[in-house]
Design a protein around this ligand. Structure first.
Ligand code: HEM
Length: 206
């Protein structure tokens, strides 16, 4: 889970970085040309297969882990003061991940499917920027994205440092640094993503 998680964490840096080109406010010129390059580069297309494979493996491993945890303690503790030794979000990784999956199904149906149909259907170059403008013109879609990003924030906030712990990196000096890096990463990535639908909806970019 840690390995696929770190791969997905890296993907989000690239995804947020590339999408941030919309803030140049150049009518999507830069963003569309990067998107065009990425969708026509066969090395990136190959990595994309790895991305979806990692996502599926991450979900399957999560389900297995959840099942193993339940089997390890079929009878619940009589007294369970779980909030004394763990955080609510570390205990809620399964539900946060499920919310994220629902968000992703919606997200992929919004952007990925249309782009690929245009790519392989021989249409005109797909204007992904205009498509984003259209999608984020609806308040309820913007609201769903904000909810999805709240789930993403807590999932990353715990997942980032948990991945390093899984690799055995639990050290008096380094663990606080990893936790701080994870917190910084989660805040920056989620704020960047949240600004994208908001910028279109409120007309900060056109
Ligand atoms: C809220 C801000 C976001 C915006 C504006 C956005 C925009 C986009 C766009 C335009 C695409 C299509 C790219 C293409 O097909 O060339 C895409 C694909 C994708 N997005 Fe996002 N995204 C956002 C957040 C997220 C988040 C939070 C995740 C994951 C948790 C995510 C995961 C993905 C995945 C897995 C794909 C398919 C990757 C691919 O094209 O190979 N996105 N996104």
């Amino acid at each position: 889970m840690a390995l696929t998680g770190l791969f997905l964490i890296t993907f989000l840096i690239v995804h947020a970085g590339v999408n941030s080109s919309i803030f140049l406010n150049d009518g999507g010129k830069t963003f569309n040309s990067i998107a065009h390059f990425m969708s026509h580069n066969w090395i990136l297309r190959f990595i994309e297969i790895g991305l979806f494979a990692a996502l599926i493996v991450h979900i399957i491993q999560g389900l297995i882990l959840w099942k193993q945890n339940r089997q390890a303690r079929p009878v619940a503790y009589h007294i369970n003061k779980s909030n004394m030794n763990s955080t609510w979000y570390s205990r809620s990784m399964g539900i946060l991940g499920t919310l994220l999956l629902l968000f992703l199904i919606l997200h992929i149906s919004h952007f990925f499917v249309g782009t690929k149909v245009a790519l392989y259907g021989g249409d005109q170059p797909h204007n992904l920027y205009e498509e984003m403008k259209l999608v984020f013109g609806e308040w309820y879609i913007v609201a769903v994205y904000m909810a999805g990003l709240v789930a993403l924030f807590w999932h990353l906030f715990h997942g980032f440092q948990s991945a390093f712990q899984t690799f055995g990196l639990n050290h008096k000096r380094y663990t606080p640094i990893i936790k701080a890096a994870g917190a910084g990463y989660s805040v920056i990535i989620c704020i960047l993503f949240a600004l994208m639908p908001l910028a279109f909806y409120f007309g900060w970019i056109s």
